[in-house]
Design a protein around this ligand. Structure first.
Ligand SMILES: Cc1cc2nc3c(=O)[nH]c(=O)nc-3n(C[C@H](O)[C@H](O)[C@H](O)COP(=O)(O)OP(=O)(O)OC[C@H]3O[C@@H](n4cnc5c(N)ncnc54)[C@H](O)[C@@H]3O)c2cc1C
Length: 349
């Protein structure tokens, strides 16, 4: 008998695995790579909303815990995943300069929002300068998932196939799936949740995002944020991510010509040096109507749980939400009400 079956090894599943390991739980993971939001994501962490210069929801505290979890993985796998990189937010005029200065005096924001700089950046004109953010960066999430998957496989804890919901049998104190029995099952399938008959009534909308990888001789040591972002590929010098798009209609993982031309036209407004597009990737962000994660128990089957809805900020949110879910499932410690799926329970209204 296992303690847990976990379905999905994106950043949500990965974060839950950490909780299981830290609490010496016996578990088995299923992943079929049908969704790829985490694997194609830029992995950026930034607790400030750069449109409005406001703090992202609880991001300051959650980021600290997330970085701790990623650091522990660095020690475990002897690899580097966290790359601190300043974000340079291109300012559009005097009004934005004033807004930047006002916001950077505020509590929490002042920890990240620093000076305005006129430092030249290769290939980019910025007559009103850049607002500098520090304490931000990129987690190499695809390397992290690869190392974790290899380690789980070595210990026979990962099965790389579809989880077939029809074969799940639910009993009062455990669940069974083919020859496997477990006390509980946690579903962390990202947008794949739509196929899950136990939780597909949750208001997961899904937002497709596409990104380009470009190669250029320009040397840009920062993440540049304007109408698009340009971010260094931490795994390959001379390569940069350019992203991202937001599409609420198309729910496929297929790259599109429309997204490429949209991103290239924005890129050319920002960046005047030659570049070559070397790849394009797409994924569905598991976004929720109220922009908060989805965690909690099934209203009827108490040994079924969901971990989803990380939206556009999986890197910052997933470790804390996973910790809260684990503590709720094991010790009945209530989760933040904003993440608990009970908020959508019609009977509770
Ligand atoms: C273009 C783009 C850029 C982004 N940039 C950032 C960023 O810079 N920073 C940030 O924090 N976030 C970013 N995000 C958002 C972030 O990627 C998501 O919040 C996060 O990936 C969601 O993780 P997840 O584990 O919930 O889902 P996923 O990563 O989709 O993982 C779900 C896993 O479950 C598996 N699965 C599903 N169904 C089944 C089944 N039936 N059987 C077995 N396995 C199954 C899937 O194959 C997949 O591996 C970006 C997203 C996109 C699309």
């Amino acid at each position: 008998m296992y303690d847990y079956i976990l379905v999905g090894l994106g950043i949500a599943g990965w974060s839950f695995v950490r909780q299981l390991d830290e609490n010496r739980q016996n578990y088995i993971v299923f992943d079929n790579r049908s969704q790829q939001s985490t694997r194609i994501a830029g992995g950026m962490f930034n607790p400030v909303i750069l449109k409005r210069f406001t703090p992202a929801w609880k991001a300051h505290d959650m980021l600290k815990y997330a970085l701790l979890q990623f650091q522990k993985a660095e020690w475990q796998y002897h690899n580097k995943y966290i790359h601190y990189i300043d974000i340079y937010r291109k300012l559009t005029g005097v009004e934005e300069q004033n807004n930047w200065i006002a916001a950077s005096d505020k509590p929490v924001l002042s920890e990240y929002m620093k000076e305005i700089t006129f430092e030249p950046v290769d290939g980019i004109d910025a007559p009103f300068g850049f607002g500098v953010l520090r304490g931000t960066g990129i987690v190499n999430v695809s390397h992290l998932l690869n190392d974790t998957a290899a380690d789980l496989k070595k210990h026979q804890k990962l099965i790389e196939t579809d989880f077939d919901y029809k074969q799940l049998h639910i009993y009062p104190d455990y669940v069974s799936y083919r020859h496997i029995k477990a006390r509980k099952i946690v579903f962390a399938e990202g947008y794949g949740l739509k196929q899950n008959p136990f939780f597909n009534d949750l208001p997961l909308t899904g937002t497709k995002g596409e990104m380009l990888m470009i190669e250029t001789e320009a040397d840009i040591p920062y993440i540049i944020k304007s109408n698009v972002f340009i971010a260094p590929n931490v795994a390959q010098k001379g390569q940069y991510y350019v992203g991202a798009t937001y599409n609420w209609d198309d729910k496929t993982n297929m790259p599109t010509a429309a997204a490429r031309s949209h991103l290239e036209s924005k890129l050319q407004q920002l960046f005047y040096k030659p570049y070559k597009v070397i790849s394009q990737k797409a994924g569905i962000r598991p976004t929720v109507i109220d922009r908060r994660p989805l965690a909690g128990k099934h209203p009827v089957y108490k040994n079924l749980a969901v971990l989803n809805g990380m939206g556009t900020r999986g890197v910052i949110l997933a470790p804390t939400v996973s910790k809260q879910l684990f503590q709720y499932l094991e010790f009945d410690i209530p989760m933040m009400k904003e993440i608990d799926i009970k908020r959508f329970d019609k009977k509770g209204e």
